[in-house]
Ligand binder design. Structure first.
Ligand code: GDP
Length: 160
């Protein structure tokens, strides 16, 4: 989850299909994808839901938090507003989500170095404060995307 246009759909399509789209359409409601992934000696079948960031779909998305084992909370490193809104998203996650939910904080679009508005250290310290894992990714350049999903799935196995 996270604000509109931070790259949620592209992170999912990069991880599940190895695809990136320059002109992706906003997600309406919820979409999901599967991927089988080896974690140590276990095979996990990850089912990943892509929720819409827009307020108007809030009623649809909040019900999907309930059964989730993990959540990726995504902001765009080139738009400070998307970082500021993380508090709101965290509040919502903690209100609707299950208590042991693994949360990975993602600063996406790390390829856009010249337009950076949020430093990696800021993401890191928020993650520390809120007890989250943290990574910067680029769905476009395929940087850290695999790692971000792997970290989350590995953590889920540790907790289960
Ligand atoms: P969502 O609304 O959060 O699902 O965002 P999308 O995945 O639809 O992406 C919004 C826009 O940002 C699209 O134009 C994507 O091509 C672009 N985008 C997504 N990820 C990246 C990235 O890592 N780097 C760059 N440069 N653009 C990205």
């Amino acid at each position: 989850m996270g604000d509109s246009a931070v790259g949620k759909s592209n992170l999912l399509s990069r991880f599940s299909k190895g695809e990136f789209h320059l002109d992706s359409k906003p997600t309406i409601g919820v979409e999901f994808a599967y991927r089988n992934i080896k974690v140590g000696d276990k095979l996990a079948k990850a089912q990943i839901w892509d929720t819409a960031g827009q307020e108007r779909f809030r009623a649809i998305t909040s019900s999907y938090y309930r059964g989730a084992l993990g959540a990726m909370l995504v902001y765009d490193i080139t738009r400070r507003g998307t970082f500021k809104n993380l508090k709101k998203w965290l509040h919502e996650l903690r209100e609707y989500g299950n208590r042991d939910m693994v949360i990975v904080l993602i600063g996406n679009k790390s390829d856009l170095v010249d337009s950076r508005e949020v430093e990696a250290e800021e993401g890191q310290s928020l993650a520390q404060l809120e007890d989250l894992c943290f990574l910067e990714t680029s769905a476009k350049e395929n940087l850290n995307v695999e790692d971000a999903f792997l970290q989350m799935i590995t953590k889920i196995f540790e907790i289960a």
